[in-house]
Ligand binder design. Structure first.
Ligand code: IMP
Length: 203
């Protein structure tokens, strides 16, 4: 089986480590390299993550890149009608965790979900993979691991926040790991298909 090198266009080392861990768990010929180049990932402010990712993929393609992927994610809080959603990055940098907790003061509906959308560009074609994890927003921030809203998100079936989990534990349920596993599965099938193609040509 031939090897495949993919660039992960991101400036977020946490996202990179999480996705790398998914790929390292299986025997695969796919190598992931972080590609930190701010001008290749241009974000539009759209109301849906898929649109943002497709736009970012197109933009990077126009910069001449191929065989790469981009990930965009967000936290959607039910009582806030899905806010901050696609604006999570901006909201984290501005009002942050204290601001979100203030908006939820006296709110009994703490339901929320994280969504991750990965846009993969492979040999010039774009493929989209999504992952969701449902959970709830804690009353206070807890934990020291991870990044972003990890200290206030408790996935369903757990009592710990994401920030109280190790990277490996987070990867058993997280939105990003779910999207990344779908991409990994697709890539492995793709590579297997490639082997068959090569064999056909050889014989
Ligand atoms: P972007 O995908 O780089 O646009 O950023 C999404 C924002 O959502 C991040 O800055 C975080 O604040 C938040 N976010 C996305 N995924 C996670 C996660 O796994 N844990 C905590 N916060 C996250």
């Amino acid at each position: 089986m031939r090897t495949l090198k993919l660039y992960f266009l991101t400036n977020n080392k946490h996202k990179y480590s999480e996705i790398l861990d998914i790929f390292k768990r299986v025997k695969t010929q796919i190598r992931i390299e972080m590609y930190s180049y701010p001008n290749t990932k241009l974000e539009i402010q759209a109301e849906n993550l898929e649109e943002i990712v497709k736009f970012a993929v197109k933009y990077a393609r126009r910069k001449g890149l191929d065989n790469f992927f981009i990930e965009d994610s967000g936290l959607f809080i039910e009582a806030l009608k899905g806010f901050p959603g696609p604006f999570s990055s901006y909201v984290f940098k501005t009002i942050g965790i204290p601001g979100i907790l203030r908006l939820l003061e006296n709110e009994t509906n703490r339901k929320a979900f994280f969504k991750s959308v990965i846009g993969l560009c492979l040999n010039g074609k774009t493929y989209i993979f999504t992952g969701v994890v449902k959970g709830r927003i804690s009353e206070i921030p807890r934990g020291k691991y991870g990044f972003g809203f990890d200290p206030i998100f408790i996935p369903n079936g757990f009592s710990k926040t994401f920030a109280e989990m190790t990277l490996k534990e987070k990867n058993t349920v997280s939105h990003r790991s779910r999207a990344a596993k779908k991409m990994l599965n697709f890539l492995q099938n793709f590579l297997r298909g490639d082997v068959m193609e090569e064999n056909k040509n050889t014989f």
